[in-house]
Write a protein that binds this ligand. Structure first.
Ligand SMILES: C[S@@+](CC[C@H](N)C(=O)[O-])C[C@H]1O[C@@H](n2cnc3c(N)ncnc32)[C@H](O)[C@@H]1O
Length: 275
């Protein structure tokens, strides 16, 4: 909690969102300032976000500068198909982040349970990438656990030697294990979020996705940032999970949506979080 009351000469306050180009916005933030960024860029102009510009290289450089040592940037991104050819913008962006100094700590998958985009001559695409970039070795990892299919006492195969003879010993299988790096979420109302207002934005990511990253890569009191906050999903989930937040978006229309959405929760923290 050391840094966060005042961000820059009274201009920005923690636990607020701002309408600004994120490169300019970050220019006003100190070095080594943010613990975790969870964001999704306007990939491939897939949607016309009111026609705004997007400069991945400058964003990556600023994010590297403002991220604390050991901090993380989660970058959620998919690819467009251009005349039958996948653009691979996702990987080009990941390489840009790596070249300016981030480690590509993990390449995770966001799998969508319901998949609207069918293709007649290819398998239905049901995922986006969640690149996890770290500034050096991650300083926080709180692994999310899931139940194992089987647990308890069981005869386990042990010490298989070159003679091919298996010995069996009585051992205990774990009740839970760390989740895999493929995370699956329902999308749409009731999946992505219950907040109807959020759907006035064209590309909301699931609030559970934001929450799972926030819990994994930050601790209570840490500062969570979203430079392209859209409908405010990351900010909302940071707030509900007792983190500080800061967000910006270039569109006043989207900032208005995010602000209205955040107001519902900042006035009533008891409102439910999707399970
Ligand atoms: C994929 S959306 C983010 C959606 C968000 N994760 C959510 O759950 O609502 C990308 C956002 O980036 C914003 N954006 C595009 N270029 C920007 C820039 N240069 N600076 C700040 N925001 C920008 C768009 O206005 C859009 O809201």
């Amino acid at each position: 909690m050391e840094n966060h009351l005042l961000v820059y000469q009274d201009k920005y306050q923690i636990n607020n969102i701002y309408c600004e180009d994120c490169v300019k916005f970050m220019d006003n933030l100190s070095d080594d300032f943010v613990d975790l960024t969870v964001t999704s860029p306007p990939y491939d102009d897939l949607r016309n976000y009111n026609g705004y510009e997007f400069d991945c290289n400058s964003i990556a450089k600023q994010l590297y500068r403002i991220t604390k040592k050991g901090g993380i940037v989660v970058w959620v991104v998919g690819d467009r198909i251009n005349k039958g050819n996948k653009t691979l913008t996702s990987f080009k962006q990941a390489i840009a982040f790596q070249e300016i100094g981030f480690n590509v700590h993990d390449t995770m998958i966001y799998k969508k349970k319901n998949t609207p985009f069918m293709r007649s001559n290819a398998y239905t695409n049901c995922f986006e990438f969640m690149f996890v970039f770290s500034k050096g070795t991650p300083k926080t990892f709180n692994p999310i656990k899931e139940k194992t299919v089987r647990s308890g006492m069981e005869m386990l195969v042990h010490n298989k030697k070159a003679d091919g003879i298996n010995k069996k010993i009585l051992g205990k299988l774990n009740e839970e294990k760390t989740k895999t790096n493929i995370w699956e979420y329902a999308v749409g109302l009731g999946g992505t979020t219950n907040d109807k207002i959020a759907f006035n934005h064209p590309a909301v990511f699931p609030e559970k996705l934001a929450q799972d990253h926030i819990l994994s890569w930050s601790n209570e009191g840490d500062l969570v940032f979203d430079p392209m906050c859209g409908s405010g999903t990351t900010c909302k989930m940071a707030y509900l999970n007792n983190r500080e937040f800061l967000g910006c978006d270039i569109s006043q229309e989207y900032i208005n949506i995010a602000q209205e959405r955040l107001n519902m929760y900042m006035n009533n923290k008891q409102l439910s979080i999707l399970q």
